[in-house]
Design a protein around this ligand. Structure first.
Ligand code: B12
Length: 213
């Protein structure tokens, strides 16, 4: 198979959630002399980008996104060693977590997947993340953005404190929020920079916002 053929098949394998095919194609690509970062960006991430587009058009739903993400993660294992030697250029570094008191993480995990797919380095703090943990991670890891998720009307209010604490600590990056009860109006009210209604839109908006900076 030609190099272009391998990349195209890899993109399709992610799109169709074929994890064994994706892993085998990465092995074949490396053997054929393709760079790990090209297999990542032009194969795996290109596939995830299309997944995001299909999700926005409601051609793909959560199950398709999750199998695509699993295929991407399996194939990434094959590339790990090569990528560690020649790391790809990152779009930016994002700290993500579900806010204090909230244990819902399915949406947050989807956002992390789509951000990774868009080329971000994602540091996932998990669930029930306190404002001080968001702040220390953002500063210590010199993040370009902090992304927060909340699924409860009783916990979304905790986002306000995180925004205030981040600003007080001098954090200069973008702050993006989302989750079922969260709205654009709420984001403006608490001083967050960005709101998105779904994971794919979130990745696109953050990328565009950092590019414009
Ligand atoms: C699964 C679920 C649970 C699971 C969570 C498992 C897990 N690992 O996440 C369990 C069983 C643990 C649970 C517990 C509870 N739950 Co619950 N749960 C749900 C349920 C059924 C689905 C949520 C979900 O995962 N949706 C799918 C994901 C993909 O959607 P999403 O999170 O909204 O994410 C999308 C967008 O919002 C966006 N997004 C999300 N986060 C972010 C972040 C950023 C930065 C961006 C850009 C975008 C973004 O992107 C995603 C799509 O691409 C909802 C009902 C529903 N249908 O929504 C109730 C629901 C959220 N739960 C509810 C409640 C009340 C509870 C409990 C309090 C129940 C109880 N009495 O114990 C507890 C609270 C526990 C806690 N402290 O958090 C209520 C909330 C009501 C409210 N308005 O506050 C809901 C709405 C059910 C209801 N109708 O009453 N729950």
């Amino acid at each position: 198979m030609t190099e272009a053929g391998i990349l195209e098949k890899l993109r399709e394998a992610v799109l169709n959630g074929k994890r064994k095919d994706a892993a085998n194609l990465c092995e074949e690509g490396l053997k054929a002399g393709l760079a790990g970062k090209d297999l990542l960006t032009q194969g795996l991430l290109a596939g995830m980008e299309e997944v995001g587009r299909r999700m926005r058009c409601e051609e793909y739903f959560i199950p398709e996104v999750l199998v695509a993400a699993r295929a991407m993660q399996t194939a990434m294992e094959v590339l790990r060693e090569d990528l560690a030697r020649n790391p790809p250029t990152q779009v930016g570094r994002v700290i993500i977590g579900t806010v204090s008191g909230d244990l819902h993480d399915i949406g947050k995990n989807l956002v992390a997947i789509m951000l990774t797919g868009a080329g971000f380095e994602v540091i996932d703090l998990g669930i029930d993340v306190s404002p001080s943990r968001f702040v220390s991670a953002a500063l210590e890891r010199q993040a370009d953005a902090v992304a927060m998720s909340a699924l409860l009307t009783t916990t979304m209010v905790n986002m306000k404190e995180v925004v205030a604490e981040l600003r007080k600590a001098g954090f200069q990056g973008r702050i993006m929020i989302g989750g079922a009860p969260v709205t654009q109006e709420f984001a403006e009210k608490i001083g967050a920079d960005l709101f998105a209604g779904d994971a794919s839109e979130g990745a696109e908006k953050l990328k565009a916002s950092l590019r414009a900076a």
